[in-house]
Design a protein around this ligand. Structure first.
Ligand code: IPM
Ligand code: MN
Length: 356
């Protein structure tokens, strides 16, 4: 089994190194190959997603990705910015189904900014469509406004669009995921304003006919944002488009206390996937050895479960993470009085030791 290791920028290399050590400690024969991506790709070969890196990702069975981005690249033209690497990987590899679980570990209940009774026991799953929507729609750009009250003035514009196939396939993924959990699915849209999302709602409703055992409800995205902080436990599985999913998944992540704990999986139709922490490259703390590697380690567990068909190894990692939290070890992002502050490396060591 071949795993492409793409550490990227900022804290990416530090946290990915710990996940790789955990994978190596499992006693399996993984072939791992590392390649630069994001700012590191740009430095190495003038492009955030070098051809060789894309080829490695295509040839691998799964991809472990760190994070990309740094302020120092903000002035580059858009196609050369680090974020294009992850967008390019998603698009080129057809990774349309993004799983972003938000799980509150009981030990971290105090780390949430919300009251414990609102978040304790939280376990929700956001399924974000990842290769369509306004993120990838054309045309886009800056032009002279062709009409309207600002005709002739410069305007920025993007295109929001979803093809029927794109909505159907993510809806199937979501209904199937809901079927394996509590059999409840919430589809989030903005059908009251946007044509694209009225169409989304209609197609999701059609696909629902094939899943009569799953209860479906529809919610507008503004209401969903409010309900996520008001009563998040009312949700189980949420399915939504690329942009709404981007925003809602950050909000959901923070319910759990730290975005440093949350893994994600981005899958194609055959369960080939890219696995990455839900957080970014955090350039402000890069190189300091203080970043939380657990989201990346848990992403490696998701990789074993979804793409490499090693659920028992995934369980070992999940259990090891739970046990280091139970022992009171905390990186700075989840530290509370009475717990033990550790750095990135020590956290990785503790997970490796806790594997059994
Ligand atoms: C994410 C990130 C990306 C996105 C950026 C880095 C392009 O915010 O994975 O959520 O917007 O999808
Ligand atoms: Mn995001």
């Amino acid at each position: 089994m071949k795993i492409a290791i793409l550490p990227g920028d900022g804290i990416g290399p530090e946290i990915v190194a710990e996940a790789v050590r955990v994978l190596q400690a499992l006693g399996e024969q993984f072939e791992m190959e590392t390649a630069p991506v994001g700012g590191a790709g740009y430095e190495a070969s003038g492009h955030p997603l070098p051809d060789a890196t894309l080829q490695l990702a295509k040839d691998a069975d799964a991809i472990l990705f760190g994070a990309v981005g740094d302020w120092k690249y903000d002035t580059l033209e858009r196609p050369l910015r680090p974020e294009q690497a992850i967008l390019g990987l998603r698009k080129n590899l057809n990774l349309f189904a993004n799983f972003r679980p938000a799980i509150l570990y009981p030990e971290l209940a105090g780390a949430s900014t919300l009251k414990p009774e609102v978040v304790s026991g939280l376990d929700i799953l956001i399924i974000r469509e990842l290769t369509g929507d306004i993120y990838f729609g054309h045309p886009r750009g800056v032009r002279l406004a062709p009409d309207g009250p600002f005709k002739g003035e410069r305007e920025g514009f993007d295109t929001m669009r979803y093809a029927e196939t794109e909505i159907r396939r993510i809806a199937h993924v979501a209904f199937q995921a809901a079927r394996k959990r509590s059999k409840r699915l919430t589809s989030v849209d903005k059908a009251n304003v946007l044509e694209t999302f009225q169409f989304w709602k209609d197609i999701v409703t059609e696909v629902h006919q094939e899943y009569p055992d799953v209860a479906l409800d529809h919610m507008y995205v503004d209401n969903a944002a409010m309900q996520l902080v008001r009563a998040p436990k009312k949700f189980d599985v949420i399915v939504t488009g690329n942009m709404f999913g981007d925003i809602l998944s950050d909000a959901a992540a923070m319910l759990t206390g730290s975005i440093g704990m949350l893994p994600s999986a981005s899958l194609d139709a055959n369960n080939k996937g890219l696995y990455e922490p839900s957080h970014g490259s955090a350039p402000d703390i890069a190189g300091k050895g203080i970043a939380n590697p657990l989201a990346t380690i848990l992403s490696a567990a998701m990789m074993l479960r979804f793409s490499l068909n090693k659920p028992e190894q995934a369980d070992r990692i999940d259990a090891a993470v739970k046990s280091v939290l139970a022992r009171g070890l905390r990186t700075a992002d989840i530290y509370e009085a009475g717990t033990t502050l550790v750095g990135t490396r020590a956290m990785g060591d503790a997970v490796v030791e806790a594997l059994n």
